[in-house]
Each structure stands twice: as C-alpha cells, then as structure tokens.
Design a protein around this ligand. Structure first.
Ligand SMILES: [Zn+2]
Length: 246
C-alpha cells in the first residue's frame, strides 16, 4: 500500500482556521530577486535542506520547492498579511540598496524609509516575521520526529496577525553576514536547540541577516538586543554576530 493515500485530513490555516489552500514562500519572491536577478531554465538555482542538495534545477522564484508545505489560506496569504509583506518589501529594498553604507554606520533610520508613520510600518515588518516564524513552527511540527518535538503554540502568533498587534514574545534584529562568502545565497535557518520558551530563526538574503527570536523572557543580553516594535525608536542599530551558525 505504500504510496497510496485513500483519504487525508484537510490542512487548516494556522492563522484563521479555514482550509489551507495557498502556499507561503519561505523567503519572499522580492527578496529572491534582490539576490538572483535571473532564475530560469538557463540559469536555475539549487535548493538545500540541512546542507543537503534537495533540488538542483529550480527554474523560477515561484517554484513550489521554495514554499512551505503546510499552507495557509488564500485570504490570510493575500488580503490579511499583504500590508505586512508590503512594509517588509519596502524595508528590504532599502537595505539592499544601502547595505554597504549601513554596514559602515551600523545603523539605519526608519523615518528615512517610511516617513512619519514608521511605527505602523515597523509593526507590519514585525508581523511579517511573526508569519514566517509561525509557518516554520507549523512545518516543523508536521515533520516526523523520532522523539516528540516540543515547540511553541502558534495561537498567540495568529492572534497578533489577525488583530494587527505586536506579538509579545517575538523580537527581531538585523546584522551583516559573518562570512565573506558569495552573496548569491538566500535561506531560512531554524536553530534546532528550540524549546517551548525559545525559538531562533535566521532569515538570510545575500549578506543581510534578520534574526527572528521567540522568547518568553525579555532579557536583552540573551536576546542580543533584538527588539519588539514598541521598543523600536527611529534608529535601528545592527547587532553583532553571537555564535549562531548561518
Ligand atoms: Zn487563514
């Protein structure tokens, strides 16, 4: 009977509970395009999982190989979270254009990017990463683990996304890559030392790294100065690398 599925449970959107029918990109298509100008039959890209090559011949940034397997619903993916995606696209484009200068100054100014409404935009950016973290957690939960995996409840993440409010336990920070390697590299990294109180994810686009941290304890030293939107002022300082591999 191997390979035959007679019936299978409908997957529910972890954000709103409706039927999941829309694949969320692990890394936004616009971020892919910041790093890979062209992806097509002549210039395919390679995907890896845990360092192993998974697919050698991805010919489009829209490929399903670049999406989470556990889907969310179309409404959440399109209407609900679109403002969050837009704010991140704007910040991401600015960071890519100005990264050489930002790396030297070790900071950037949100008012320069978003204008006077930067508080709403940085909340949106935070919620974009809350969505990414939730999708990773749900994907991880659905994998077959030898031991029962303990990981966070995504209900509070979903609530923040639905209500457009800060998620209390999620912090973000920005830094430069620690390597002098090829810039043609994008990916997500989940630190496997996660538990119900702490999850650490890297969102990597070329040499720009976003740290996404779920932590039940607001200890700035342990968080390496990662922040929630309510703590963020106009200026965001880049943080230093603290020993988590990329
Ligand atoms: Zn939904």
């Amino acid at each position: 009977m191997k390979g035959l599925i007679l019936a299978n449970k409908l997957i529910k959107c972890w954000i709103c509970g409706d039927t999941a029918n829309s694949g969320e990109h692990m890394v936004k298509q616009t971020d892919f395009k910041q790093v890979f100008n062209i992806v097509n039959q002549q210039e395919p890209i390679i995907s890896r999982e845990n360092g192993e090559i998974k697919n050698r011949n991805i010919q489009s940034c829209k490929s399903n190989h670049l999406k989470f397997k556990n889907e969310i619903c179309e409404k959440c993916n399109n209407q609900l979270t679109q403002p969050y995606d837009r704010s991140w696209e704007k910040l991401s484009a600015y960071l890519h254009t100005n990264w050489t200068e930002i790396k030297i100054k070790k900071k950037f100014n949100l008012r320069e990017i978003f204008g006077d409404n930067f508080k709403q935009d940085i909340l949106n950016v935070h919620l974009f990463f809350v969505k990414i973290l939730g999708c990773i957690v749900e994907e991880e939960k659905s994998r077959e683990h030898e031991e029962e995996s303990v990981i966070i409840d995504t209900k509070q993440l979903a609530k923040s996304i639905l209500e457009n409010i800060e998620c209390d336990n999620i912090y973000i920070s920005f830094r430069d890559t620690k390597y002098n390697k090829s810039k043609e590299y994008v990916g997500l990294y989940l630190d496997q030392n996660y538990n119900e109180n702490y999850v650490f994810v890297l969102y990597m686009i070329g040499d720009i790294i976003v740290n996404i941290i779920f932590s039940k304890v607001n200890n700035k030293k342990a968080l390496n100065n990662a922040q929630k939107p309510s703590e963020i002022k106009e200026i965001i300082n880049l943080v230093e690398y603290v020993g988590i591999d990329e």
